[in-house]
Design a protein around this ligand. Sequence first.
Ligand SMILES: Cc1cc2nc3c(=O)[nH]c(=O)nc-3n(C[C@H](O)[C@H](O)[C@H](O)COP(=O)(O)OP(=O)(O)OC[C@H]3O[C@@H](n4cnc5c(N)ncnc54)[C@H](O)[C@@H]3O)c2cc1C
Ligand code: FES
Length: 252
Amino acid sequence: MLAVLTEIRPVTRRDTLYTFECPDIARTARPGQFVEVRLTDGCEPFLRRPISIFDADGARTFSLLVRTAGRGTAAMTGWSAGTEVDVLGPLGNGFSWGPEDRDCVLAAGGIGLAPLAFLAKRLLDEGKQVRLLFSPERDAELLQALPFRERIGIVFSENRGALPAVLTSILRHGVDAVFSCGPEGFLETVAAYAAEYHTPCQLSVERRMACGIGICLGCAIAVRTEQGVTYRKVCGDGPVFRAEEVVFGEEP
Ligand SMILES: Cc1cc2nc3c(=O)[nH]c(=O)nc-3n(C[C@H](O)[C@H](O)[C@H](O)COP(=O)(O)OP(=O)(O)OC[C@H]3O[C@@H](n4cnc5c(N)ncnc54)[C@H](O)[C@@H]3O)c2cc1C
Ligand code: FES
């Protein structure tokens, strides 16, 4: 479907916030879901790029927070207000939570903040306590993208080395749920500490995606089941998985 870009706002030197008018996505998007974005009208880059929904107002607009990583995301920075962009979505399963999840910790590694921002907004709307663990601290400028940052507790982890101590300091007091998104090593550490403190934990994982809709099998991830290790599609079965399911370091 076509989404009309209404605002493009640089947040940091390499991160940009794109807001689109597109009621179909704005009305139905859930935190943790993503869209597949077509980048140009031409052939290059050919494949759409998966981008998490950073915010949606439930009526008309949704937004994406995008880090310029390569050719595709660089092409996006050339867009301007009024550009019509072809997007597929909302895709994927999204995060889940319930009334028992009162005290929630959201652990973001860098641009992994994007899907957690939408989740934080929904949790705050439901009166939950929300704390954001953000790493690395030098990326803190990115938090300027959060309109509600005064309403959440923010704890920084200076770098990956400091993460275990920060997680311990938070989780040992008891937390109802952890939700995380970030680089694989970051997620692995979050999952390990959540397991140690018996805290339910959901992870939004990334894989390179070709189709985004379950056809190409390019986005497989190894997961543990009662029958042993098997593979799931990040685009359709994920991108959110229970932390204990994810087998780290195993690519098909
Ligand atoms: C479900 C999902 C949600 C995502 N949400 C966001 C988001 O909200 N904001 C955002 O900035 N990015 C997000 N990404 C990552 C984003 O899709 C990639 O950064 C983007 O595809 C890179 O495209 P490119 O053409 O700019 O870079 P490319 O030229 O394709 O690649 C540039 C570099 O990025 C690496 N890369 C590309 N795709 C991925 C990927 N999927 N995972 C890890 N590394 C990758 C490549 O290995 C290469 O080093 C998400 C990815 C997934 C799978
Ligand atoms: S991206 Fe094609 S099956 Fe998941």
